[in-house]
Design a protein. Structure first.
Length: 159
């Protein structure tokens, strides 16, 4: 767990304009310090090992490999680094894939900066974060995937 007075961040997104805008938005929030940026998964892994940020804010899809695989590698080589997936994808299967890879949280890009700030602080303190807009669908998907008996019940409710 990190000192939550100052949280060092690595921003990972292949879209330069989005990444720079995110950096500007986070700069005004108390206790957050952007220590680096990366445009892809391989660069994210290299910069994580070099900078040892407290939290990596990771995009889901990038041209040189997806955020899920980059997350898996980061968690393997720098297990104390927290990873917060920031994505436009709301598909529960994709979200569960990110969590299985070791992501400590999943936040939607369409959310407000305040929600992202809360997500960053939460994962930095060791909590798991799910964007409230997707929490119910993820929990339902998890229930289906983890319990054969519940699978039939949930399928009946969905029908």
């Amino acid at each position: 767990m990190t000192n939550v007075d100052f949280i060092n961040l690595l921003l990972v997104d292949d879209q330069d304009v989005f990444r720079k805008g995110l950096k500007l938005g986070l700069a005004g929030l108390a206790g957050l310090v952007v220590v680096g940026e990366a445009a892809g998964g391989r660069e994210a892994l290299r910069k994580t090992l070099e900078l040892m940020p407290d939290v990596v804010i990771m995009d889901y899809e990038m041209p040189d490999g997806d955020g899920v695989e980059a997350t898996r590698q980061i968690k393997e080589l720098a297990p104390n680094t927290r990873v917060l997936m920031l994505s436009s994808h709301e598909d529960p299967a994709r979200i569960l894939a990110a969590l299985r890879a070791g992501a400590d949280g999943y936040c939607l890009k369409k959310g407000a900066m305040r929600g992202l700030y809360l997500a960053i602080r939460s994962v930095a303190m060791g909590a798991l974060w799910l964007d409230p807009a997707i929490a119910r669908s993820v929990m339902t998907e998890f229930a289906i995937a983890s319990s054969p008996a519940r699978t039939d019940a949930v399928k009946q409710v969905r029908a």
